[in-house]
Design a protein around this ligand. Structure first.
Ligand SMILES: [Ca+2]
Ligand SMILES: [Ca+2]
Length: 410
């Protein structure tokens, strides 16, 4: 049945090509420009469990019409391909730690934010998002500058706060970056961005030393229908395939294909989950972890390496071990620095903020709820306020000479 449907699709496309208008002397319609589709898989990739296969067209009017596994075509979901928001980054780049992002039309939910990575100044950048988010006519893409804490000695900075234990101060700072030559593209449609200026600058100087420009809406007018040159998506449950090598092929209307060979290796139901994953390239010291399946009623008894029992480094005795230490006078340990303890290759986060002179037990000793790490009341409330929110609630003017202190969680 699936094969028949696929065949009909191909026949329909072939018929459309043949019916192209012909004039006397013209022997045939111009050939469809064929480009091999893309697949989000690489040759030799190891798969287990579920995987979303995405096939995308690379040529106008040459949609991906089929995904085949071995000799069988499988039903995929039509997609509108991937849209590209491209720009040149001016002299001051973006840093991922600031969480700058764009939103597209009404896709403003947190999960739909498309974040800027680290892009050094002077480089071109591209942000990708699903073509389905665009529509015919007017589209709005809004650029948002994000904020993060930076160390500061300027007590007059907006939102400045003094850290305890003599560690200086900090202020919430928005990333500064200029964008120019901004464009938007999606295969199969024409998008016009001429209503926008050539360049926009974002940011606030250093913690608000310059007038902030934190968001900018950009307008793009789209002619055509997103998805007119379409891709295919397949939510593949590899457990429906026998273990071994399989060929996954994407086929476009013109017949252009891209194939990759993948290895499927699903463990028998109820077996342990082993880290590193199948096909992983390892080097240096590599912890090997075997975890019992969630529903399993037995633990993992042994790990073998090439058939021989794996030799482990000497470990602590079974049961709970406790490491106790005292924070020396004059400084503190803060959760934001992600301090940790290595125990035979296992990383244990210290967690929490601990003031000077405090005597601590390692979190590793806390196997039960009754043994939660004791936290200092002043510094350990959950992080609920972001630097951006701190700035939003901070006064825009400060009293000269008096440090502005705000109770912001971190
Ligand atoms: Ca910057
Ligand atoms: Ca800034």
């Amino acid at each position: 049945m699936k094969r028949t449907r696929a065949l009909w699709t191909l026949v329909a496309v072939a018929a459309a090509a043949v019916i192209a208008p012909t004039s006397a002397g013209a022997e045939e319609a111009p050939p469809v420009v064929a480009g091999a589709p893309t697949l989000n898989l690489r040759d030799g990739q190891a798969l287990d469990g579920t995987f979303t296969v995405k096939a995308e067209p690379t040529a106008e009017n040459d949609s991906v019409v089929d995904i085949a596994i071995g000799d069988h075509t499988v039903d995929g979901v039509r997609t509108a391909g991937t849209a590209h928001f491209a720009f040149d980054m001016g002299g001051n780049g973006t840093e991922a730690r600031y969480h700058n992002y764009i939103t597209v039309n009404d896709h403003t939910a947190e999960a739909d934010r498309v974040f800027f990575p680290d892009i050094p100044g002077g480089n071109a950048g591209v942000l990708d998002f699903p073509g389905e988010w665009l529509r015919s006519g007017v589209n709005t893409i809004t650029v948002h500058a994000g904020a993060n804490w930076v160390d500061s000695t300027n007590t007059a900075a907006i939102g400045y706060e003094q850290l305890p234990n003599g560690e200086g101060g900090r202020c919430p700072n928005f990333d500064d970056f200029p964008l120019s030559s901004i464009s938007l593209s999606l295969l199969g449609v024409v998008i016009d961005g001429e209503q926008n200026l050539f360049s926009y600058s974002f940011g606030d100087g250093t913690c608000g030393t310059s007038t902030p420009r934190l968001t900018q809406a950009l307008t793009f007018v789209l002619s055509g229908e997103p998805g007119s040159t379409s891709g295919l998506r397949l939510d593949l449950d590899t457990r429906s395939l026998p273990n071994g090598t399989h060929t996954i092929k994407a086929i476009t209307a013109s017949g252009a294909t891209t194939s990759v060979n993948v290895g499927v290796n699903n463990p028998p139901a109820g077996s342990a989950k082993v880290t590193p994953a199948e096909g992983a390239l390892v080097r240096g010291t590599q912890p090997v972890i075997a975890a019992a399946p969630r529903e399993g009623d037995t633990g993992v008894d042994a790990i073998a390496l090439d058939g021989a029992p794996a030799q482990n480094a000497e470990t602590l005795a079974p049961g709970t071990s406790t490491l106790t230490f005292t924070i020396a006078a004059g400084n503190s340990a803060e959760a934001r620095y992600h301090n940790y303890l290595m125990v035979n290759g296992n990383r244990l986060g210290l967690g929490g903020d601990y003031g000077a002179g405090e005597r601590r037990r390692s979190p590793s000793s806390c196997r039960t709820a009754s043994c939660a790490p004791v936290r200092t009341p002043s510094r350990c409330s959950p992080a609920t306020t972001t630097p951006a929110a701190a700035r939003a609630s901070a006064p825009t003017t400060t009293t000269s000479g008096s440090p502005v202190r705000r109770s912001v969680s971190r």
